[in-house]
Each structure stands twice: as structure tokens, then as C-alpha cells.
Design a protein around this ligand. Structure first.
Ligand code: G3D
Ligand code: MG
Length: 184
């Protein structure tokens, strides 16, 4: 049985690869076409964050609802971790991603572990570094994120990103449980 179960959300501007990352992680596949709605609200996958220690991730993809701001609140509610995605091949998705972070912090009262993802790293050798790396790292640090570059297409770092998030959520949960024991 899983020791912990977490709601995880994937947020970020359209077409940065959120659904592709989720499908790469859960099904280990990359399809060229996903319909705007994936038809399910979330996918679950268990990860071994330490030998023989299992955490169950319930991962929510906002899908077509991203266009409807009034639906965002219920999407954020209960999330214990977030993957915040932008597209390394499109500069405007970096500022677009920031809007998602601010919206999330305005809705969730507690800070949750966040992995900042620069996706489509496979395109960099071809198109070069479009977004200033120092700027990304500075932003990441300031906003208490952990930055990872991934490719849903090749699979590079995808598992690592989810595992890193799982580890951070477990650490946070253990700390919260310890604190509540102290207060008993
Ligand atoms: P979204 O869920 O954030 O809206 P999608 O994004 O997962 O639907 O992906 C949007 C487009 O980016 C898709 O292309 C998808 O194939 C492509 N994509 C996603 N991840 C990567 C990646 O790591 N590398 C590359 N090269 N492309 C990626 P289409 O052509 O179907 O619109
Ligand atoms: Mg999608």
C-alpha cells in the first residue's frame, strides 16, 4: 500500500507539452497528436521515492479547461505539488508561465513544492538557447522552484522531474506530520 497519496497539478500556457509530459511519465509514450481534452481529469501513478517506499501521485492535467479562468480554482484546490511548464522554444511561454504561478499562489494559501520545467529541450541543439538561462534560474530561485529541463519527446529528465517533486512532497508531509505530533 502506498504510504502517501498526493494531488499533483500540471500548469502552464497552452502547447508547452503538459499533456505530453504526463503521458510520457504515466504511459512512457509520446504521441504527436493529443486532442485538446484528454477525457479524464487525472491519471495516477505510484513512484518509489526511496527503496520500498511508495507514494501515489494523482496527476491533474487542466486540458481544455485552461481557457476558462473560473474553473481554475477547483483545479488548484487540494494540490500538494505542482509542475509548472514553459516551452524552451517560445520566449512568450516563459512570461505566460509566471501568470500561472501568481494565480496559484493567490488561490493556495500554503506554499507547495514546485518543479519549474523548461520542456522541449530536444529542440535546443537546433534552435539554440532562446530564453536566457540566468533569468530562468533567478526566477526559479526567487519563487522557490526547482528547475529542470525536459523533453517529453525523448523522455529526457521526465521521470526525474516527477521523482524530485515526489521527494519534496514527502519531505514536506513528514515535516507537517512531525509538527502536528508535537502539538498534540
Ligand atoms: P499542452 O498539453 O501543454 O497544451 P501538448 O501541450 O502536450 O498538447 O503538446 C503541444 C505540442 O508540443 C504537440 O505538438 C506536442 O507533440 C509538442 N511537444 C510536447 N512536448 C514536446 C517535446 O518535448 N519536444 C518537442 N519537440 N515537441 C513537444 P503538435 O504538433 O501535436 O501540436
Ligand atoms: Mg494538454
Amino acid at each position: 500500500m502506498a504510504e502517501f497519496s498526493f494531488k499533483v497539478i500540471i500548469i502552464g500556457p497552452p502547447a508547452v507539452g503538459k499533456t505530453s509530459l504526463l503521458n510520457r511519465f504515466v504511459h512512457n509514450e509520446f504521441k504527436m497528436k493529443y486532442s485538446l481534452t484528454i477525457g479524464v481529469d487525472f491519471l495516477t501513478k505510484s513512484v518509489e521515492y526511496e527503496p520500498l517506499k511508495i507514494a501515489k501521485l494523482q496527476i491533474w492535467d487542466i486540458g481544455a479547461q485552461e481557457r476558462f479562468k473560473f474553473l481554475h480554482r477547483s483545479f488548484y484546490e487540494g494540490a500538494f505539488g505542482a509542475l509548472v511548464v514553459f516551452d524552451l522554444s517560445r520566449q512568450q511561454t516563459f512570461s505566460g508561465m509566471k501568470t500561472w504561478i501568481s494565480e496559484m499562489s493567490s488561490i493556495l494559501t500554503d506554499d507547495i513544492p514546485k518543479i519549474l520545467i523548461g520542456n522541449k529541450a530536444d529542440l535546443i541543439p537546433e534552435i539554440g538557447q532562446i530564453i536566457d538561462k540566468n533569468e530562468i534560474e533567478e526566477y526559479s530561485e526567487k519563487n522557490d522552484c526547482f528547475y529542470i529541463e525536459t523533453s517529453a519527446k525523448t523522455g529526457e529528465n521526465v521521470e526525474y522531474a516527477f521523482l524530485e517533486l515526489a521527494n519534496r512532497m514527502v519531505k514536506k508531509m513528514v515535516k507537517l506530520l512531525d509538527n502536528s505530533k508535537e502539538n498534540l
